[in-house]
Ligand binder design. Structure first.
Ligand code: EPZ
Length: 419
């Protein structure tokens, strides 16, 4: 296992390129199971979760070829297994996204139930309820979902909760179902829209993606396509917060400002000067200390839960007091315990973290617990006095492409060492 060592104090400056969105690439890789011809996907981030998904599809017998720019071509015509083993699913919960495509195209699937993770129990009951309503026969046996279906049928679904991968799984299942499926209370995340646009380029008939009501008219087959993944809005937000915390001035290229309006609004509130163009965002603090902000996470277009840990870190060194309420996941303050070890003044009451900014954090040996929490520890290390060690950074490698390289390009003093 590796760890990162960060020497705090550098004001970030310069520009970096944002990678493709992990949470769009994962469902779109699963969608290749639906196509009766090769699918070529561009702008895929080089992340551990992507290689895990490619391993899963490869184990099923699909042909995958990757070029030097991480364009991936997937051909599902050689599929021979409809099985997602626990060994892979437990390392990446998003493997559940193969369930809908396998069922609707091949009529069968044995997919391990994804376990919980550090941030919550992460049930998939809404995925299963939706598929059952579409006519799938599902049983859970020995930790596996055993699923079969002659041909799924279109239904009118009302989701009890807004679920991103639940909406994605059911939308993919509906593309080859018989008749029309309507998903109400659907997730509106940009990654759901990116998946829908990719499916439409394969011949799917989908309307309303990005709204809370998605209508899918089933077709008999979907063809291969070439599709480019949208930029990662959470990676973008993470580097914007890094610049805000260090009082720096950074430009992020190959990103889309309209995907992060709630985040940009909070950065403005924190005192950042933000300018944007069609595919870039620039943030300047002019050496100022950020002001603390209060946040309530919610499904898109609300403030994203995946940016909560990063703003908790910002509040630790900001001026004033900020109150952050996490309303999406039940246990997403694991980073607070580590930040407190650096001298942060944070009090967690239920699903709220109340933070009073301190003049400085002190470096400490830290342990990463989950993807976004570990990113927040790196951000804290950028401003702490001394050298901060963040261990178990495989969590970070799941969601941030070459984080130490990108931060070094912005002037941070950071290096990766074996732990
Ligand atoms: C997706 O997870 C993202 N992952 C998460 O990003 C993100 O934090 C989350 O959406 C919320 O935006 C991917 O897209 C691969 P949910 P997902 O289903 O789909 C409950 C990251 O950091 N729920 O929208 O698993 C659930 O427990 C990751 O990149 C059920 O109760 O999240 C949660 O409280 C972390 N039953 C809420 O809904 C279900 O069947 C929202 O979860 C499904 C969900």
């Amino acid at each position: 296992m590796d760890k990162l060592i960060i020497q705090g104090g550098a004001k970030l400056h310069g520009d970096i390129r944002i990678s493709g969105a992990k949470n769009a690439a994962l469902p779109i890789l699963a969608a290749t199971l639906l196509a009766d011809g090769p699918v070529t996907i561009g702008n895929v981030p080089h992340l551990h979760d992507i290689t895990t998904t490619m391993e899963l599809l490869g184990q099923m017998g699909l042909e995958l070829t990757v070029d030097e720019k991480m364009n991936i071509e997937v051909d599902a015509s050689t599929i021979r297994e409809f099985f997602a083993p626990y060994e892979l699913v437990r390392t990446m919960r998003a493997s559940i996204l193969v369930l809908g495509p396998l069922l609707t195209r091949f009529g069968r699937a044995d997919v391990s139930l994804p376990g919980g993770c550090a941030i919550g129990s992460r049930p998939v009951n809404l995925h299963l309820q939706g598929l059952a309503a579409m006519g799938a026969d599902l049983t859970v046996d020995g930790g596996y979902i055993r699923a079969s279906a002659k041909r799924l049928k279109g239904v009118d679904l009302v989701m009890d909760l807004v679920t991103v991968t639940g909406t994605e799984n059911l939308m993919m299942a509906a593309t080859l179902a018989k008749g029309v499926t309507v998903i109400r209370n659907a997730a509106r995340e940009p990654e759901v829209v990116d998946l829908a646009n990719c499916l439409i380029s394969m011949g799917a008939r989908i309307e309303g993606a990005g709204t809370d009501t998605v209508r899918i008219e089933g077709v008999d087959s979907l063809s291969g396509t070439t599709y480019e993944i949208l930029p990662d809005r959470i990676e973008t937000g993470t580097y914007l917060v890094a610049a805000a915390m260090t009082g720096g001035n950074v430009r992020l290229k190959n990103t889309r400002p309209e995907l992060l309006e709630a985040v940009l609004a909070k950065l403005n509130e924190a005192g950042a000067a933000i300018t944007t163009g069609e595919n870039w965002i620039e943030i300047g603090m002019n050496g100022q200390r950020p002001r603390a902000v209060s946040i309530h996470t919610s499904p898109y277009p609300g403030f994203p839960t995946d940016m909560q840990a990063q703003f908790t870190a910002l509040n630790c060194i900001a001026e004033g007091t900020g109150v952050i309420t996490e309303s999406v996941f039940e246990n997403r303050f694991m980073h607070v315990l580590e930040l407190q070890r650096m001298g942060a003044q944070v009090k967690v009451e239920g699903n709220t973290a109340i933070t009073t900014g301190v003049d400085y954090l002190k470096s400490a040996p830290l342990m990463a617990t989950d993807l976004r929490a570990s990113a927040s520890l790196v951000l804290a290390g950028l401003v702490a006095r001394g050298a901060t060690e963040v261990d178990r950074i495989y969590h970070i490698d799941r969601g941030y492409e070459t984080i130490e390289e990108k931060l070094s390009n912005l002037g941070a003093h950071i290096r990766r060492v074996p732990s």
